[in-house]
Every structure is written in C-alpha cells, then in structure tokens.
Design a protein around this ligand. Structure first.
Ligand SMILES: [Zn+2]
Length: 95
C-alpha cells in the first residue's frame, strides 16, 4: 500500500463532502483536529506547508449503497490533487 493513491469515488457520491453536509463549526472542528495532528506537514509526503487541506477518506460498499467515513487527514494541495485525480481531470477537461 502506497501512502499516496488515487481514491476514486463512486459517481453517485461525486461533488458531495462533509464540508457541505455539516454545520460550518462542526467541519471546522474536524479539519482543525487533522491540522493539529499534522503539525504543519502533509500527512502523505511529509513536506512542510503553510496551507493544509482536509482530505476525507471513505470506504464504499456499493452492493449495499453504504459510504463510511474512515478518517480525515491533512494533506498538501499537490497530494490532494493526485488523490482526487478524477476531479482534477473533470475540471481540466472543462477548460
Ligand atoms: Zn503532500
């Protein structure tokens, strides 16, 4: 298992995330907890960065149509874009 992987999302879950599903204060608490654990470094590539992003790791049971939040980690923008290569590709194709 590599630290950095493409994490493809089932199409029924596209464009949905905790940030938009939770009250702002709750999401802020979750992401700030991840940032505190990261101590200013991306939790994947371990480079120091002034700007961390919160990445939600989900597991999917497509047979039962279940989506489960496994964890939220703090990552740099570059790693986040690689993880969500499907989103990046969709955005780039619209340019
Ligand atoms: Zn990184």
């Amino acid at each position: 298992m590599y630290k950095l992987n493409f994490e493809l999302v089932p199409d029924g879950c596209w464009y949905q995330n905790l940030r938009s599903a939770l009250p702002q204060a709750v999401w802020d608490s979750i992401r700030k907890t991840a940032y505190a654990k990261a101590k200013g470094k991306c939790m994947i590539c371990e480079r120091k960065t002034a700007r961390l992003e919160a990445h939600e790791r989900w597991s999917y049971d497509e047979e039962r149509a279940l989506q489960k939040l496994e964890t939220v980690i703090a990552v740099c923008r570059n790693c986040h874009e690689v993880i969500h290569v499907g989103v990046a590709t969709t955005l780039w194709s619209g340019l």
